[in-house]
Design a protein around this ligand. Sequence first.
Ligand code: F6P
Length: 326
Amino acid sequence: MVKSIGILTSGGDAPGMNAALRAVVRTGIYHHCRMFAIYRGYEGLIHNEMKEMTSSSVSGICRMGGTIIQTARSKRFMDQEGRKEAYDNFKRRGLDALVVVGGDGSFRGLHAFINEFGIKGIGLPGTIDNDLYGTEYTIGFDTAMNTALDAINKIRDTANSHNRIFIVEVMGRHAGDLAIYTAIASGSEEVFIPEKIEDFSAVVGRIEKGISRGKHSSIIIVAEGDESGGAFAIKEKFSKAKPEWDIRVSILGHIQRGGSPTATDSIIASRLGYESILGLLDGKSDVMVGYQSLDRVVQFIPLEETWTKKKSIPEDWQNMAKVLAS
Ligand code: F6P
């Protein structure tokens, strides 16, 4: 029976991690568990940096960016020796389960920890990269996407005013989700993602065509992990092919990781945080709690059904709203 639960945030911070923390702590306390925040990710577990949380420890944090319990990319936890030190502290505190908000590296560590020491553990997808299988959205992706979109819209104004081509680099080490979604949302002309090799001369041809159609600007979005290199490497290639083009580079960088979470991120984080505790209490372990809404598919619904059938607010959502406010 799970009675004492630790929670940590790990890897790159992501907007919505605080909302997840609030949901995990409040749901745990509602179900009579003792809840412990572990600071600086797995590093805090290795160095025994933990604090017992009350309901008011997480008051007012759900609209805050970053993570109030901080995060780290712990190299030591990747080794069994480091994990053993972490486990000694885990046991000394009387913890029996661990909730980890993070990305794939954090989950690899959690999986090893669970299997080496027989503890219970559950993962919450928290990364702006949206690169985890099993969830349609990760916590932080929507905010990062909207931050990037806002920046690209502003870049478009200046690009149009000068007849320029802008190469905008967004985050995403191995994943093109942020790049492709923001490219679509911003109406950008081209996008380079790590998952696909672009035919460079075809890209040049399409941009040329746009210019001859009277376009005043072109925006090319590049994921930082693209195999052609980052934005500056791609600019070099364009400048060689078309020295007459006026090209600028803009790297959006860590601005995409900050800021207050969007409503979508707060809701996903709250929902997943709440469900992670219900899952643990139900005996689930060594799993990630994922979020599937539309499953990225389009469906065709008979027109008549759109008014004859009713969408209802699920009862568990109504319960969740109560528990999280407690
Ligand atoms: O994993 C999220 C992410 O923002 C990636 O998109 C990016 O490559 C990486 O983290 C940057 O990490 P750091 O902040 O440690 O430099």
